[in-house]
Design a protein around this ligand. Structure first.
Ligand SMILES: [Zn+2]
Length: 721
């Protein structure tokens, strides 16, 4: 970005007004030299002003008018539309072709066999109020990577099918082996319900949305209200491998076409399907009306109180002698082509330093919520930056706007892209911002790697909340918080996983929520539902896009990238104290307490380095090579957590700071390697080795802090460019 106050700043003085800038107190944008602050305020105000709710609605029409499951014709058409839209904006567009081992729906049947034959519906009802609900390309409910097969058996209700639920059933003496089990959604990633059911010897699994969690107990049902009616089905994938991405290519890009007869390619590092543990029992999602046909006929002992759902009868643990159910699922797994689509706006000064903003493009049906409530934000943010670039204002660092393939099938496209570009990302990536379902309501929330939390809060202060009279997004967010609003820790479940867990790129996922209802992964996830439940005014999408362009422009323009690695040491210290308390007295405790002390030292080092660098920047004493080196150190702080051996039992996950937890798949684990050891994995030698890994990671993090504020040294003499 050039160093002049662009002309549009003169045209939009009103937009500058809400910022706390006066003649005496400069507005204090973190990481900007004093003389560049005004230009940045003008630039980001112009970007925010470009964001247009009508364009957001139009993007939504473009992306959500046809079902687009990964690998389907609808998805290929959407890929073309996304590439065309970004090309028209003036971005350089790259389509990365992928060959992923994806499952395809073939058939599914569920029926009650005895005491009477009842065939169950496996697809959502169509309503005249929802013109999308009768689309001919919509599929019945299915869980991707279910086993193919058929089972006829008695029934066991397993509550949510968590590890604890199956343990409870064993305690209660309920035999799960040989049975078809019924689980309600919620509590863990659905893949673990299937994994635990199969491990317990079940011959099939049915999953449904209980009305207590998702239906009439919560509120009016679709199409009258937003909640799950009796036919709403949550689709979703079941993989629980120790790595995300294409199941046959952990660690390498899945870009090799299949053999002539359609079998998977065997490139370097590729596995055969026989080597990969995928579900083998049939698994089928159903609506609560269908579930009720089974649950209401159960005659066994009554469930523990907290297992009772919202259907109007007592839930039972077992079906009893008289109840049998038949389940048949057929899916075909084969190499399938899809694409990542990435639009690039090259940075003017530091083209090798990249900020990636992304969301997946595949969906279970129309995807109006998941993912397109985020896709429209990516597109509109790209349009705002591209328009500014055409008007002469290019970013200093490179911005990438990404649409990932096959996220729903196991976070595949983004992971393959990260695997293909891992060296480049570890060197130059500043941050990844994930926007899956980012505009589902007006109330801002999110999760982030600690170094990004401060910048996200600051960006939220520059954007007006769509909630009447609430002030800025930050004010509204703070009003719902206890003190300073917090960003959660990043778990699994979306496209940040490759960036954060494998490449060590600080990542965040945020957006607006707070609407009343759910259509997640159902055939009702369409524009009719979104516009009735979230709104047709697109004010929440506008809000999120404004936060994104503010944050991304600051990351792209700041002299000193506004990452805050002290947050890592603080977060690590807190988590280490919890772990120390959890291991009791003894050598293990002493070892962890040493890490607590080390983390405190590293935090001080980063706080000092940050203050020193900020002071030098303010005084005009940080520039040229010294500035470039300081920015490299800020980026390298994240890479300090990378360990080439990876986590215990999960070598693909290289980031020792955070990972999805190993038993539920969604929840974040901080310091996952040490957490696994504290939870009892491995012997004393393994424990000591993991403690040593963390000691070294903290040492690396501390070392990177040295020199961030230095004017000269091995990197050469500083000076204003
Ligand atoms: Zn999604």
């Amino acid at each position: 970005m050039p160093r002049f106050v662009p002309t549009f700043a003169l045209l939009v003085p009103a937009l500058l007004a809400p910022l706390p800038a006066t003649a005496d107190t400069p507005p204090g944008l973190t990481g900007f030299a004093p003389e560049r602050q005004e230009a940045q305020h003008a630039y980001e105000a112009e970007l925010r002003d470009t964001v247009d709710p009508e364009r957001l609605a139009a993007w939504h029409d473009t992306t959500s008018s046809r079902p687009h499951v990964a690998g389907s014709p609808g998805d290929a058409a959407l890929v073309e539309a996304l590439a065309a839209a970004m090309t028209e904006m003036g971005l350089e567009v790259e389509k990365q072709e992928l060959w992923l081992y994806l499952p395809h729906f073939v058939a599914a049947e569920v029926e009650v066999v005895t005491p009477e034959r009842v065939t169950l519906d496996l697809q959502e009802a169509a309503f005249p109020e929802d013109p999308f609900s009768g689309h001919p390309e919509l599929l019945p409910g299915w869980n991707a990577y279910s086993g193919s097969g058929e089972a006829t058996a008695g029934v066991v209700y397993v509550n949510r099918g968590t590890k604890q639920d199956f343990a409870r059933l064993a305690e209660l003496g309920v035999e799960v082996a040989g049975k078809i089990v019924v689980a309600r959604y919620g509590g863990n990633f659905r893949g673990y319900k299937a994994k635990f059911a199969e491990a317990a010897g079940a011959v099939g699994l049915l999953m449904y949305l209980d009305p207590k969690d998702y239906g009439y107990v919560r509120g009016l049902m679709w199409p009258e209200g937003g909640w799950a009616n009796g036919t709403m089905i949550q689709r979703g994938a079941l993989l629980t491998l120790p790595y995300p991405g294409d199941p046959l290519t952990p660690g390498v890009a899945a870009d090799v076409p299949p053999t002539a007869d359609g079998a998977p390619a065997y490139g370097d590092g590729h596995l055969s399907p026989m080597e990969v543990k995928m579900p083998s029992i049939p698994v089928q999602p159903i609506g609560w009306q269908a579930a009720s046909e089974i649950l209401s006929r159960m005659r066994g002992p009554v469930v523990p109180e907290e297992w009772q759902g919202g259907l109007p009868f007592n839930y039972r643990l077992t079906g009893g002698e008289g109840l049998t159910v038949r389940l048949r699922v057929e899916q075909h797994r084969r190499p399938t082509r899809t694409w990542n689509v990435v639009g690039r706006l090259a940075g003017e000064r530091y083209p090798d330093e990249e900020i990636v903003v992304g969301c997946h493009h595949d969906a279970w049906s129309f995807g109006a919520g998941d993912p397109n409530a985020g896709t429209i934000v990516v597109l509109e943010a790209a349009r705002a930056f591209a328009a500014a670039a055409r008007a002469g204002q290019r970013p200093d660092r490179t911005l990438l706007f990404a649409h990932w393939g096959a996220e729903e099938q196991g976070i595949q496209g983004s992971v393959e892209w990260v695997e293909a570009n891992v060296e480049r990302l570890r060197d130059g990536a500043v941050a990844y911002v994930n926007l899956d379902m980012a505009s589902m309501g007006p109330r801002f929330r999110g999760s982030a790697a600690p170094p990004l939390a401060r910048s996200i809060r600051e960006a939220a202060k520059a954007v007006a909340s769509p909630v009447e009279g609430a002030g800025t997004v930050y004010d509204e967010w703070k009003g719902r918080s206890d003190g300073e609003p917090q960003l959660g820790a990043l778990g699994g479940g979306s496209d940040h996983v490759g960036f954060y867990g494998h490449a060590g790129v600080p990542s965040a996922g945020f957006g607006g929520g707070g609407s009343e209802g759910i259509s997640y992964h159902s055939n009702y996830e369409d524009l009719a539902w979104y516009r009735a439940v979230v709104g047709s005014d697109y004010v929440s999408a506008k809000m999120v896009t404004e936060v994104v362009v503010t944050l991304a422009s600051r990351l792209a323009e700041a002299d000193l990238v506004p990452l805050d690695p002290a947050g890592y040491a603080a977060g690590a210290g807190e988590r280490l104290s919890e772990l120390a308390a959890a291991v009791g007295e003894g050598e293990r405790r002493t070892a962890i307490e040493q890490l607590v002390a080390q983390a405190a030292e590293v935090e001080r080092a980063w706080l000092n380095a940050g203050e020193e660098a900020a002071a030098k920047l303010a005084a005009g004493g940080l520039g040229g090579e010294a500035l470039i080196a300081a920015n490299r150190r800020l980026r390298q702080a994240d890479r300090a957590w990378l360990n080439e051996r990876g986590l215990p039992g999960r070598p693909w996950y290289k980031n020792l700071y955070a990972a999805p937890d190993a038993d539920s798949g969604y929840a974040p684990w901080l310091l996952p390697g040490l957490t696994a050891r504290v939870e009892g994995e491995g012997d004393d030698a393994a424990f000591a080795a993991t403690v040593e890994d963390y000691r070294q990671a903290l040492e690396r993090l501390g070392k990177v802090a040295e020199g961030v504020g230095e004017r000269s040294g091995e990197e050469g003499e500083g000076g204003e460019p």
